[in-house]
Write a protein that binds this ligand. Structure first.
Ligand SMILES: C[S@@+](CC[C@H](N)C(=O)[O-])C[C@H]1O[C@@H](n2cnc3c(N)ncnc32)[C@H](O)[C@@H]1O
Length: 252
């Protein structure tokens, strides 16, 4: 049986909406601190959190913006954000169910955009970046954060393989060089890039996506045969936990 990529994304994320709101990996990080700092400098009238998931970017933007729109392909995620925002008294956050590749917003509608840990799921990465560019006012800041693949091909393929086995909605963790080139083609100027590393606890990482047992076993099998330099790159541990590279791109 075949289905659209969008329905695979919705099936993967919908039932896990509450887990993303409480996920420690998503609720903190130097990238989230940087997004909040930029928002504090800019004081946007209307900020967009693109691919909002559990809403952590929206919660970081809300104290600094007049209004924040959280948009996501998953209606369950948007419902979870609305419930959490209401519980926290964050009245300036609203939600919109929409694919990044076809946003229901006017040209130049936002004066800040942040997009974190979502682009690697998009069916059409570059179309999503063009939409981000379209809905931003000219000269307004955009911050993109995602897991990035190593530039070395062997380590890149290992990462994509374990990601896809873990989550069938995975498309690609782009390399930093691919991000910079794609942002340029979409009309953005990248002004800065910051990187940090993020440890994935194997059990938490697979449970959050409800990875089937057969796929967990396949990931462990791949990890047991991995080349030494790839294992070193990802700081692969005995139990399958490993460490990823995350990049934050500041663009206008
Ligand atoms: C890992 S979660 C996002 C985490 C969140 N941005 C954060 O910083 O905590 C990935 C989200 O991307 C959403 N997503 C995947 N593909 C999408 C698309 N094409 N358009 C919009 N949202 C998408 C999923 O529904 C999911 O909620």
């Amino acid at each position: 049986m075949t289905q659209s990529h969008e329905s695979i994304v919705q099936q993967q994320f919908g039932p896990q909406a509450a887990a993303y709101v409480t996920s420690a990996v998503h609720a903190q990080g130097p990238d989230l601190d940087r997004i909040a700092a930029i928002a504090a400098e800019v004081s946007p009238a209307h900020a967009l959190d693109l691919g909002a998931g559990g809403g952590h970017v929206s919660y970081a933007l809300a104290p600094h913006a007049q209004a924040v729109t959280a948009s996501d392909l998953s209606a369950d995620m948007i419902a979870a954000i609305r419930a959490h925002a209401a519980g926290q008294g964050l009245a300036n956050i609203s939600g919109e169910v929409a694919p990044a590749e076809a946003l229901p917003f006017a040209d130049g509608a936002f004066d800040l955009l942040a997009c974190r840990f979502t682009a690697h799921h998009w069916r059409a990465f570059e179309a999503g970046l063009r939409e981000a560019r379209r809905v931003l006012a000219p000269g307004a800041p955009a911050i993109f954060v995602d897991v990035v693949a190593p530039e070395q091909a062997q380590a890149d393929v290992h990462l994509q393989a374990v990601e896809l086995l873990r989550d069938p909605s995975h498309v690609r963790d782009y390399r930093a060089s691919e991000w910079i080139a794609a942002l340029g083609r979409a009309g953005f100027t990248v002004q800065a890039m910051r990187t940090h590393r993020l440890r994935m606890d194997f059990a938490v990482w697979t449970e959050r996506m409800r990875t089937p047992e057969a796929h967990v076993a396949a990931i462990r099998s791949l990890q047991s045969m991995v080349a030494a330099d790839v294992a070193r790159h990802f700081a692969l541990e005995e139990d399958g936990s490993f460490t990823l590279d995350v990049a934050l791109f500041e663009a206008v």
